[in-house]
Design a protein around this ligand. Structure first.
Ligand SMILES: *[C@@H]1O[C@H](CO)[C@@H](O)[C@H](O)[C@H]1NC(C)=O
Length: 194
């Protein structure tokens, strides 16, 4: 690596560290995804139980609602409760890019901004889901996100540690994973609707 490149990566690492993202040297791990993924059964509301740090999440009571727009295209509404009591929500679209791999979606929240992968690693559709998103950066680094989601605002600790362990066994580092605050969420929409 040239000195310029080294400086560039040091700066990148610093920016990334300051933002609290999770980045690593090397290339993205590729954990296996949910077999025979059925997006129809996956629709509806999911609550965030744990996550790797993500700059775009600032509040608490984080939740996602998925609905079908058309075959292979899912509308995504992410919502969270801010400290000032306001609900912050953002809409996006998740698309299956290869129908032979239905558990690997690409999600986009703004036109013109690159898609991010949304891989459903494992789900039973009715209680938990593990989602992984990883992007390679210049073939030298990768930045990743991971979420444990549930159909209710709590999930037993034993389930959370089992799901973490499964993902870690495929080379994903979840050391920075934090539990999400799902208390005092009365202001948030509940149930399976919008
Ligand atoms: C879709 O995935 C299959 C299986 O992994 C692969 O063989 C095929 O090349 C992919 N198709 C496209 C268009 O990427």
């Amino acid at each position: 690596m040239s000195r310029k490149m080294v400086v560039f990566f040091m700066l990148l690492a610093l920016i990334v560290a300051v933002n609290g993202q999770t980045f690593h040297f090397g290339s993205c791990p590729t954990p296996p995804v949910q077999q025979n993924f059925d997006v129809g059964k996956y629709l509806g509301r999911w609550y965030e139980i744990a996550r790797l740090p993500a700059v775009f999440e600032k509040g608490k009571c984080n939740q996602a609602t998925y609905s079908l727009l058309k075959e292979g295209v899912v509308k995504v509404v992410n919502a969270e409760l801010l400290k000032n009591g306001e609900i912050n929500s953002i809409e996006g679209q998740a698309t299956v890019t290869n129908s032979t791999q239905p558990a690997k979606l690409d999600v986009t929240f703004f036109k013109g901004i690159a898609d991010a992968p949304y891989w459903v690693i494992s789900t039973d559709y009715t209680s938990y889901s593990v989602v992984y998103s990883c992007r390679n950066v210049f073939g030298l680094l990768y930045v990743d996100f991971a979420w444990i989601l549930a159909r209710s605002r709590t999930l037993p600790d034993s389930t959370v540690s089992q799901l973490r362990g499964d993902l870690e066994s495929h080379g994903v580092s979840l050391r920075g994973m934090t539990l999400s605050d799902q208390t005092g969420c009365d202001a948030m929409p509940e149930g399976q609707g919008q």
